[in-house]
Structure formats: structure tokens, C-alpha cells
Design a protein around this ligand. Structure first.
Ligand SMILES: Cc1ncc(COP(=O)(O)O)c(C=O)c1O
Length: 375
């Protein structure tokens, strides 16, 4: 059997990783400024994380959600505390798309309505409801298109008011900072007005923090830069540092019923051990403080690089925009300078998502490589 060939691949085969570095099969060392789509939060193969998962595996790796699993409560308590979202309840699942799928379903259960407002260039995943609120017709199959969604531009509150006024909107889903779309984001004024309009009209506000969450923006969730309280917050990627885990934080006012949501694998022992270890390391190593410090340094240093049009994003979720397409630049960064970066829907933008433990010296390596390539 061969693999179903859906991924265009770079010709690199990583075999080991540590901190912000990855090594390939020829022992070539790469600086990981992409974290496998923003997944690596506390750093590759963090020793405490490895210890915690290994120990958990020798005890119990999995049992279903029909028994008590105290690790789920420990994860929920620690997540509530570190994120400042103690007045939410946690539903655990396995991926970002699944988190969004469940949040959208909850919004429809709760409001009895079915239309969703999403935003131009949004990416929310590939499952049925998540893909339909993703602004990319090429990844929507006919079966997905039965659901009702309206795409609006970011930061146009009048259009939101007009659409919500029609009375059939269950939820607005928005990324804290757009990832795949190219690092655009709502203004504080927009987020605050959006929250107010949703509250007044029985529309639930879902913040997709799958990529922008878990400290990546310098705050635990990117929406916390705007002083709002969404009805639901979805998370995945950095939550497990590579172990598949996702979650929906659901405001206390939304009440659970047995059987309303469910999953076989979500919240299993091993996933919880990964999630707990990530939170413990984030707190112990003050990674959100580190993100702020390294971000300030990045801004200062990137200003010395020629040909850059704009720097977008916050913290260690950054987009460096040029006035040319960056495909060739990314290839040179990987194959000549051994640095991983990402792309986005905006072909002129390099997406930078290093582990939250990256240091100024790693920024220096990236900046010097850019300068050498760009002349
Ligand atoms: C903002 C956002 N939401 C949802 C997803 C989907 O997550 P997953 O690939 O874990 O299903 C992604 C993945 O890139 C994302 O960036």
C-alpha cells in the first residue's frame, strides 16, 4: 500500500529534535522557525515532557470517557489558572478542526439557529462545519456546502450588524490572529463591538485560538489583547506540543447535557499527561514572558533587513511580508540556511511560528540568514 498523496513535500526527513532544532537523517541540523504549523510550544523533546509521557505510558495510556480520569480535571484546573479563563468548562477532543466542529455544534444547540458568520481568509479546519466556515472553496466538497455561512471582511462592524439583524445567526467564529490566511487580525474596537452585538442578539462568539493560543501571542489567548470574554474558545496545536489534543473552553452560562458532545480518544490519559506537562513547563519557564521579550527583539532586528514591506502578528506568531512571492526564499532558507519557515494564503508572506522557548540568539541566526539571502 502507498500513502494517499495529498501533501506536497519538502525533501527533508527529520529523525530527531531538541528545543528549537530538528536533525534530518544525514545529521543536518535545522532551526525550526515553524514548529510544524505552530504546534511546538515548549520545545521539541522537552525533558520534563518526555519524562511525563513516558511515565504515564507505563501506568495507563488510554481508557474511554466512561470512567473517571483525574488527569482531565488536573488539566482543566491548570488551564483555567494559567489562561485566566477559570469561569469556563473544558471539553477535550483531538484536533483543532474537531474543537471548532464541536463549538459550532454547541452554538447551534444553544441558540436553535444555524447560520454562521466567518471572515474572509479564515481557516478553521477540514471537518464538515469547520471547513464550511473556512474561506477556501477548493477544500469544500459538495457535502459540506449544505451548511449556511456568510463570509465578511475583518473590521467592518456595520456588515456584522446587518447580517446579525436577519435573526438566523447562531455564531460568529473568528481567529484571535489569522494563521493560514496571513496574520491579519481584528482591531480591539472591532472585537469589543463584535462581542457586544453577539451578546445582545443571542449569537455566540467563538474565538478560534487553535494557532494563536497557548502563549503564542505573548498572552495566553490572543483575544486577551482586546479585553473581551468570548462564549467559546477553541484550542489545539500548542496544547500538546505535538501530542494530538484539542479543547473547547465553554462559558459557564452554557449548560452541558449528557451525550451532547463526545469522542472516544478525547482527553485520554496520555493526551492529558502531554497537556499538563505543557502547562507546567509554560508556567515554570515563564514562556509567555519569553515570547514578549523575543518579540520585541525580533521587531528591532527585522527592521535592519532590506526589502521588507511589513511585519504582521504578535509575539511568536509573525508574518514577514515582502513585495515579491516568498516561495524561492523559503526554499533557500530550508536548503541553504537550514531554517524552517511557513507560507500562507498571502504568497508574499513568510510565516514564523518558532517554539515559545526560542531565544534572541535564534532570532539572530534567522535575521543573518535573511540578510545573506536578500543581499
Ligand atoms: C486557526 C486554526 N483553526 C483550526 C485549525 C485546524 O486544526 P487541525 O489541523 O488540528 O484540525 C488550524 C490548523 O492549521 C488553524 O490554524
Amino acid at each position: 500500500m502507498e500513502l494517499f498523496d495529498v501533501y506536497p513535500l519538502y525533501n527533508v526527513t527529520p529523525v530527531k529534535a531538541e528545543g528549537v532544532y530538528v536533525w534530518d537523517e544525514n545529521d543536518t541540523k535545522y532551526l525550526d522557525f515553524y514548529g510544524g504549523h505552530g504546534v511546538i510550544s515548549i520545545g521539541h523533546s522537552h525533558p520534563e515532557y518526555v519524562k511525563s509521557l513516558s511515565e504515564q505510558l507505563t501506568k495507563i495510556g488510554f481508557y474511554s470517557n466512561s470512567i473517571i480520569n483525574p488527569l482531565q480535571q488536573e488539566l482543566a484546573h491548570k488551564l483555567g489558572k494559567l489562561s485566566g479563563c477559570e469561569n469556563y468548562n473544558l471539553f477535550l477532543c483531538n484536533s483543532g478542526a474537531e474543537a471548532n466542529e464541536n463549538a459550532l455544534k454547541m452554538a447551534s444547540f444553544e441558540t436553535g439557529k444555524s447560520r454562521i458568520i466567518s471572515f474572509d481568509n479564515a481557516f478553521h479546519g477540514r471537518t464538515s462545519a469547520a471547513v464550511v466556515v473556512t474561506d477556501n472553496p477548493s477544500i469544500n466538497a459538495p457535502i459540506n456546502l449544505q451548511q449556511k455561512v456568510t463570509f465578511l471582511p475583518l473590521n467592518d462592524i456595520e456588515l456584522i450588524i446587518h447580517e446579525i439583524g436577519k435573526g438566523d445567526v447562531a455564531a460568529v467564529i473568528i481567529e484571535g490572529i489569522q494563521g493560514v490566511g496571513g496574520l491579519d487580525e481584528g482591531t480591539t474596537e472591532f472585537f469589543q463591538q463584535l462581542q457586544e452585538i453577539c451578546n445582545k442578539n443571542n449569537v455566540l462568539l467563538i474565538l478560534d485560538e487553535v494557532q494563536s493560543g497557548y502563549g503564542r501571542s505573548g498572552k495566553f489567548f490572543a483575544f486577551q489583547h482586546h479585553n473581551i470574554q468570548p462564549d467559546m474558545i477553541t484550542t489545539a496545536k500548542g496544547m500538546g506540543n505535538g501530542f494530538p489534543i484539542g479543547g473547547v473552553l465553554i462559558a459557564d452560562k452554557i449548560k452541558a447535557k449528557y451525550g451532547m458532545l463526545g469522542t472516544t480518544f478525547g482527553g485520554n490519559h496520555l493526551a492529558c499527561a502531554a497537556g499538563i506537562s505543557v502547562l507546567d513547563v509554560m508556567a515554570k519557564e515563564k514562556l509567555m514572558e519569553n515570547v514578549k521579550e523575543v518579540y520585541a527583539y525580533f521587531l528591532q532586528e527585522i527592521a535592519t533587513v532590506p526589502k521588507i514591506k511589513k511585519v504582521k502578528g504578535k509575539g511568536l506568531m509573525l508574518g514577514v511580508e515582502f513585495d515579491f512571492e516568498v516561495g524561492e526564499l523559503r526554499k533557500k532558507l530550508i536548503f541553504d540556511k537550514h531554517i524552517f519557515t511557513g507560507g500562507s494564503n498571502n504568497k508574499n508572506l513568510l510565516r514564523i511560528l518558532p517554539p515559545l522557548s526560542a531565544k534572541k540568539e535564534h532570532v539572530d541566526i534567522f535575521i543573518n540568514a535573511l540578510k545573506e539571502i536578500l543581499g
